[in-house]
Design a protein around this ligand. Sequence first.
Ligand SMILES: *Cc1c(COP(=O)(O)O)cnc(C)c1O
Length: 427
Amino acid sequence: MFQHRDHLGIENGHLTIGGVDAVAMAEKFGTPLYVTDESRLRANYQRFQSAFPDADIYYAAKANYNLTILKILAQEGAGADVFSDGELFCALKAGISPDRMLFNGNSKTDAELEMAVREGVRVSVDSLDELRMLSKIAGVQGAEVEVAFRVNPDVSPKTHPKIATGLKTSKFGIPHAEVVSAYKEALALKNIKPVGIHCHIGSQILDVAPFAESARKMMELVERVNKIGVELKFVDLGGGLGVPYKPGEKAPSPSELADAILPIFEERTKSLGIAPKLILEPGRYIGADSTILLARVNTVKRAYKNFVGIDAGFNLLLRPVMYDAHHDIVVANKANQSPSDTYTVVGPICESGDVLASDRSLPKVEKGDLLAILDVGAYGFSMSSQYNGRPRCAEVLVCDGKAEIVRKRESYDDLLKNQVIPSRLKG
Ligand SMILES: *Cc1c(COP(=O)(O)O)cnc(C)c1O
């Protein structure tokens, strides 16, 4: 019924997640509502880790940096790839050890670099400018900071252009041809110790070939960098493994990814007689299918299309609008009914682009029905906003047949938070 998604089921005609009735959760906690299945999240992590038993897994926090999610993954042994001071703050709060993190970013502030050095987090350096600043900052703190360079390997994964990050035209990384001289400079700089090399070629990649290509390019660089005297403690090949969002879509498994890249990594490290740690940074793979978004149908309108208006829009799920992403939709209170018509599911936002799903075959949809939008655990809530004056929704975690709130619904007061009215306008 739900293909690979074993954690979803149907009971009494209702969708269940982790064995808990979605309709009952919507009644108890209200809608819109993000619901995550803890066992699925753990199982995804474990599947990835067991495909790479010797590698360190640094979960890409930006996919979903809810503290509870980070804590669960920390329990599983995950480190973190953080892309901002805020993500670093959250990962530390969740108890992830600073020596199991990499601070990434193409445009870090001096304050972010200071924080990374102070917390003892390794930095993936994206430019020579940043390298020189980091050396100064570490000098002021009397510290030595371990760094990697983010390499732009110039490979072209077949994915949405907005999530291809390893093209030579991308804003990320040091151009492939300049990497060796960057390491030379790092070796010469005070308070800097180059110990790693890093790339990340993009996201939602459904073919292992680009991963193999970037692994080969990276291992060539490893050899060249090794020759100039850099002692590499780690090689970080990033994240990007895709998941099957669409019916019938095929995505490589972590073990297929391992088959494609581990031989390349192992063969070259062996021939060089070095033993750097392999690091991988999956985000989407860990979270995506663990979570659904429940939304209530406000209205059904036959117009140019058969529009279903729900209470969640791109304020809560940006992916369809931002990346033309597909998310499967289930009518949660009619989960065992057959499709009867074609519907276009739209949000309540005052933008004609606020379309979450176009032309879907669904059972007869009526006002008051509950829709479940599937696979929203990565880049879902973490990309949400308060646009249109809509407080963000609650998040719930399901475990052992129980549902608990892990983030409260925002209130109107949250819309006003931090706003200051100049006193001349008061009264
Ligand atoms: C976003 C990102 C990831 C995670 O990508 P996924 O496609 O979610 O696996 C990993 N590393 C870096 C540097 C990233 O920016």
